[in-house]
Design a protein around this ligand. Structure first.
Ligand code: PAF
Length: 283
């Protein structure tokens, strides 16, 4: 496994791989890898001849009051996990390499970025799409793998890929969970012991919401308060949103007529957790 730190070197590696006829997979990450990331690497390896994993804590996607400085980092551990997983390249640029002082171009996927996390984290998705576009241009992969826990992010990236003709095969992998249902996230390390014990209620609430829809409840105004009560009973968290949205546009639905996404964001102490589930009404 090799570690590449500059865009120019990454592009020349990728050009050489393409000349050899190799299919390239990219797994973009912000490092501090957990089993969820490693599952993405395993999927990538089945889809390509060579797998590149990028590690870059992207300042553009953090708001001024967010956890950029505190975001956990451990490059040595990440590299050893990736070596063991059989990754071929780690692309690990410095911030100045990705964003030189005169950097001034951003990529914004409109409308899809407005709701859910886009509402509470203004500019977040613009930062995500800008860095992912840059990673796509640095690595020029045939296939890229993203986690389904960030469903809105995944949908926005799929739309950017389509609208800007990147022509990359985007794969959205299922969320990997702890045995009690908590979705894996690098931010779980911020949870206190009490918060960690409370956190699985988020997924239980989502499952309950999906069950209500499967049983025929079609009114979000009946479902959302039930989920909210369940979370407030079991945690001292702050609910940012619980929404039932269209799976393509991420716009709120007023009535459940076809498959929907139930998505939520809840802060337990200083840790903001997100999760989601797909729900299908009866035919
Ligand atoms: O999901 C993440 O870890 C990040 O948003 C991504 C896609 C690597 C872009 O920085």
């Amino acid at each position: 496994m090799i570690v590449i730190r500059t865009v120019a070197e990454m592009q020349s590696w990728t050009d050489a791989a393409r000349r050899k006829g190799q299919r390239i997979a990219l797994v973009p990450t912000m490092g501090y890898l957990h089993e969820g990331h490693l599952a993405l690497v395993r999927i990538a390896r089945t889809k390509a001849d060579v797998t590149v994993v990028s590690i870059f804590v992207n300042p553009l996607q953090f708001g001024p009051a967010e956890d950029l400085a505190a975001y956990p980092r451990d490059a040595v551990r990440d590299e050893s996990l990736l070596r063991r997983e059989g990754a071929d390249v780690v692309f690990h640029p410095e911030v100045a390499e990705m964003y030189p002082p005169d950097f001034t171009t951003n990529v914004q996927v409109e409308r899809l970025s407005d709701g859910l996390c886009g509402r509470s984290r203004p500019g977040h998705f613009r930062g995500v799409t800008t860095v992912v576009a840059k990673l796509f241009n640095a690595v020029r992969p045939h296939v890229a793998v993203f986690g389904g826990k960030d469903a809105q992010q995944a949908g926005i990236i799929q739309r950017m890929n389509r609208d800007l003709d990147f022509g990359i095969d985007i794969i959205i992998a299922p969320t990997v969970r702890e045995s009690d249902g908590l979705a894996l996230s690098s931010r779980n390390t911020y949870l206190s012991q009490l918060e960690r014990r409370q956190a699985p209620v988020l997924y239980r609430a989502l499952q309950y919401g999906a069950r209500l829809i499967e049983l025929g409840e079609r009114n979000p105004q009946m479902i959302i308060p039930a989920l909210s009560d369940m979370i407030m009973r079991e945690t001292s968290g702050r609910i940012d949103y619980i929404s039932i949205v269209d799976t393509e546009t991420f716009a709120d639905v007023t009535r459940v007529k076809s498959e929907v996404l139930i998505a939520l964001a809840v802060s337990l102490g200083k840790t903001r957790l997100i999760d989601n589930i797909l729900a299908q009404p009866p035919l």
